[in-house]
Design a protein around this ligand. Structure first.
Ligand SMILES: Nc1ncnc2c1ncn2[C@@H]1O[C@H](COP(=O)(O)OP(=O)(O)OP(=O)(O)O)[C@@H](O)[C@H]1O
Ligand SMILES: [Mg+2]
Length: 509
């Protein structure tokens, strides 16, 4: 960290009002030179809005921004980039149909003598940038959509790092990255900090905040709560400040009483095989149990989930639901059997930004009931309100457009959509990514209570071992698309899961 504590950016009395929503109320933010500073707050607290006010995406209602001693008022992302403020937004804002190289150099393409774009230089530079800064070796002439979300995120980060900035802003950059990729990013962030660049880092992973940040500013309900040194702010106090109430040790992330599997099996597979995705999977899912799929990124957990939901077609093996063999051609076949799947990549999967929160919640249920059996509006309202309340979705009202919700609240709407179909089997792929600490515990508890009280079967996928341990009563460990072992009840611990993934623990199964 720079020793002089020089303030490079000061945001004062910032107000940002959307129609009907006061997203920021008299917010203060101070950023020092050469520090990594986290903005913390619950879903909808105003973090992304503050970033967008700073970078000219939104025109603030009032307030001052003083950057390097001058008042600034950027009108666009490009303008803020030109003065040295580079941003990776929460939504990956790259162009899917352009190449990787084009995405990295868009708006600042290298040009030849006569002003024509020097395509060869552009590819070479892009290749070098990715290799040198992030250790990524990919074909930069491929269109972006060819690569998975995690890779796209890395590309967005490379682009931001390359624009010789004074301030680098990363709004939840790690939510789709693996531990290894996150480590790589952190080491780059430390290097950048040591050269005097200031970094604003937003994440709901407390571990990451404590690993990388120097200071924290907390927002709550669009208001400034305070700024703190990470070293002197215990986690429990940070959470209290975010939630606005006293939290006692153990109140968050406690182990709840687990679900209890019933005798009857809801779904089973035998030797299920989907080429390249699932290898010879035999498993049972009982009624009333929360069953976890553990494994590293790329192990094949999501592919298994997709196959259970009919998104992938098996070439051999069988799926039975309630003892009856089903021929699965599409998700509709599984939805008919009361299976629901809430996918990991909720940013692109099924977010209908220009529909209302109510419509987004109703859409799967409506599809299941048949488009022509229209549900009365009063009933729709009642259901929407129920789920808004249950998942504490922050909206001004149920008719608000989904795209106007904060990132985490949009995710909650997608979870609500699948809950509303009242499935017998609910598959949740990374349900708490991007969800704030308070609500996260509630979603874990909800999964358990649906299983325990309603007898629902839940398949739970999470990269956070602690969360799996808290939630699941049985865990299948997946490696290279193969189930290598099962852990039951007392065998479930973070250490055992890690050992099993590494191949050193075989449980009893
Ligand atoms: N374009 C918009 N129109 C209306 N309201 C908006 C708009 N953008 C954001 N809001 C509202 O402003 C508030 C703050 O949202 P913001 O996206 O800044 O939250 P956040 O702290 O980034 O949350 P998350 O952790 O979920 O990403 C929310 O109540 C949101 O609904
Ligand atoms: Mg946000």
């Amino acid at each position: 960290m720079a020793s002089d504590n020089e303030i490079i950016l000061r945001m004062e009395h910032i107000n940002m009002f959307f129609p009907g929503v006061k997203a920021l109320k008299d917010v203060t933010f101070n950023l020092r030179r050469g520090e990594i500073h986290s903005l913390m707050g619950e879903n909808g607290a105003g973090k992304s809005t503050l970033i967008k006010v700073l970078t000219g995406v939104y025109a603030k209602t009032s307030g001052d921004i003083i950057y390097c001693g001058n008042h600034i008022n950027p009108k666009s992302t490009l303008e803020s980039q030109q003065i040295g403020i580079s941003t990776v937004y929460q939504e990956v804002n790259l162009c899917q149909n352009l190449t990787v190289a084009e995405n990295i150099y868009i708006g600042r393409e290298p040009r030849g003598r006569f002003g024509a774009i020097d395509w060869r230089k552009m590819s070479n530079d892009a290749q070098k940038l990715l290799k040198n800064s992030l250790g990524i070796d990919i074909d930069v002439n491929q269109t972006l959509s060819f690569y998975p979300v995690a890779m796209q995120q890395m590309i967005a980060i490379a682009r931001a790092i390359d624009t010789r900035c004074k301030i680098l802003i990363l709004d939840e950059p790690t939510s789709s990255l693996s531990d290894k990729e996150t480590e790589k990013l952190f080491s780059i962030m430390r290097d950048l900090r040591d050269t005097g660049i200031s970094i604003i880092f937003i994440s709901h992973f407390l571990e990451q905040i404590y690993a990388i940040c120097d200071r924290i500013t907390v927002l709550r309900d669009g208001e400034y709560v305070g700024e703190y040194d990470v070293k002197t702010l215990p986690r429990i106090e940070l959470i209290s400040k975010m939630m606005g109430k006293e939290i006692k040790e153990g109140e968050i992330e406690t182990t709840q009483s687990k679900s209890k599997a019933r005798e009857s099996v809801f779904l089973s597979t035998e030797h299920l095989t989907v080429p390249g995705k699932v290898k010879d999977l035999t498993m049972n899912i009982h009624e009333g149990e929360v069953i976890g799929l553990a494994g590293l990124l790329g192990a094949g957990r999501t592919e298994i989930a997709e196959s259970l939901f009919g998104l992938n077609q098996a070439t051999s093996g069988t799926i039975e639901v309630e003892g009856v063999k089903v021929s699965v051609k599409s998700p509709m076949d599984m939805m008919d059997r009361r299976v629901a799947f809430c996918p990991e990549d909720r940013k692109s999967a099924g977010v209908f930004g220009d529909l209302s929160v109510r419509e987004n919640i109703m859409i799967a249920l409506q599809a299941k009931n048949g488009m022509f059996k229209h549900m009365p509006r009063a009933k729709q309202n009642e259901l929407a309100d129920y789920y808004i309340d249950l998942l504490r979705i922050k909206v001004s009202d149920r008719e608000q457009m989904l795209s106007n919700l904060s990132g985490g609240n949009q995710q909650k709407v997608i979870i609500a959509r699948w809950l509303a179909t009242q499935p017998s089997l609910l598959i949740l792929d990374e349900p708490t990514r991007g969800i704030d600490v308070g609500t996260k515990t509630e979603i874990e508890a909800l999964a358990v209570s649906l299983a325990r009280e309603k007898g629902m079967s839940v398949v739970f996928i999470s990269g956070e071992m602690g969360e799996m341990v808290r939630t699941c009563s049985r865990i299948l460990v997946i490696r290279d698309h193969v189930k290598i072992t099962e852990l039951a009840e007392d065998e479930i611990s973070e250490a055992h899961i890690m050992q099993a993934i590494a191949g050193d623990y075989h449980g009893h199964a």
